[in-house]
Design a protein. Structure first.
Length: 381
């Protein structure tokens, strides 16, 4: 019972954690414990405690752990919630000034000119302006695709911690996943799953209705020069791969497991060509992971791998528009479900597939074969 063992381990580990401290900036609860004897203005002591444990934290939770635990500029709430009209504009201004956000007068002017229009929306315009003008001074290199409040906070933490002899080796040991976004700063909406592995790995195959691309998922290292982005030769989403070369391109990937990123509403049958070309690689559907900073979407993957058609599977589940029906059928099989084939109907979506794959993880299903559903022939009237 592989997954029940993992769940038991997670619960056991959690019981050993120190009592959590609520963080109003992230909406999360981070296991941050500060010695009562530490002066209020000493941010380095709690930061040191947190940084020492961050490499052991699930990948998608590391960024928020660093932000929660290290506050060289004070409380991050005004910056992390800068777009919330309930946060006074004066508080945002004071936080930016206190954190020495502006490299010159032009950057400050651009920020001020765009801030009010962006608040209350999902726009990141002020941050993009800051990145485009200040560039390396806010870690917006080679471009400003990641510029956002959490990214800026990480930049300031990295510089301050990297300049402190006792914190520098701890911050240098941390590697963080970054959102899978294009140069415009936008990314695909990822589906949700009831079971998620919190690290999507190194490589991703991004599938849309019109194309397939293969590239490395962005990651980051932190240090005295800020945030160093780690990407492949061709930044996410990577190189365009024509269908005829897909199998060869996947075969060259230097990792056994590969994440498949696809938009939630896309027909799941679109994934069949990619799955047929997987070769010896384990393909796992990318899903939204929990624990990411506000406004970020970080990718995890479903525990159940996707494979091509195969013979002898004990159970066939029909997945179409109503994913709940397929999940219910899986639950009715229970422990007797055995090996599984998922027959994808014309209305099955990536979101529905993510939901079903996550449900199958609770029955110790290691892989699921994806096939197109057989079309029913219409009976002549």
């Amino acid at each position: 019972m592989r997954h029940w063992f993992l769940i038991a381990c997670l619960l056991a580990c959690k019981s050993k954690e120190a009592p959590p401290r609520p963080n109003p900036a992230s909406g999360s609860v981070a296991p941050v414990v500060v010695d009562a004897a530490v002066p209020v203005d000493d941010w380095t002591t709690p930061c040191k405690q947190i940084l020492a444990g961050v490499p052991k934290v699930p990948a998608t939770r590391r960024a928020m752990q660093v932000i929660d635990g290290c506050r060289p500029c004070g409380d991050w709430t005004p910056l992390l919630k800068w777009a919330d009209p309930a946060i006074p504009r004066t508080a945002v201004d004071a936080a930016m000034t206190g954190c020495k956000a502006f490299c010159n007068a032009a950057a400050k002017q651009k920020w001020n000119d765009s801030l009010d229009d962006a608040r209350g929306t999902k726009q990141r315009t002020p941050w993009r302006h800051l990145g485009e003008i200040c560039k390396a001074e806010v870690s917006a290199v080679p471009d400003s695709r990641f510029m956002s409040a959490p990214y800026f906070a990480l930049d300031r933490i990295a510089r301050a911690a990297g300049a402190d002899p006792k914190l520098a080796p701890l911050i240098a040991a941390i590697e963080l996943p970054l959102p899978a976004v294009t140069i415009t700063g936008s990314g695909l909406e990822l589906p949700e799953s009831p079971a998620t592995m919190p690290d999507a790995g190194v490589w991703a195959i991004t599938v849309t209705v019109s194309e397939v691309r293969i590239g490395k998922l962005p990651r980051a290292k932190l240090g005295v020069d800020g945030v160093t982005v780690i990407q492949g030769d061709e930044p996410y989403p990577g190189a365009l791969v024509p269908p005829a070369k897909l199998a060869a391109a996947i075969d060259k990937l230097d990792t056994p497991a590969v994440a498949v990123i696809a938009p939630t509403k896309m027909p799941a049958k679109r994934l069949l060509d990619v799955i047929a070309a997987h070769g010896k690689h384990d393909l796992r559907l990318a899903v939204a992971a929990s624990g990411a900073p506000q406004s970020w979407t970080l990718a995890g993957v479903t525990p159940v791998t996707m494979v091509g058609a195969r013979k002898g599977d004990k159970t066939t589940l029909a997945l179409d528009e109503d994913a709940d029906a397929a999940v219910k059928a899986a639950k009715e099989k229970g422990a007797a479900i055995g090996t599984v084939t998922i027959a994808l109907g014309p209305n099955a979506t990536v979101a529905g597939l993510a939901k079903l794959l996550g449900a199958l993880a609770y029955f110790d299903v290691a892989s699921a074969a994806l096939t197109p559903a057989k079309e029913q022939r219409k009976v002549p009237q």
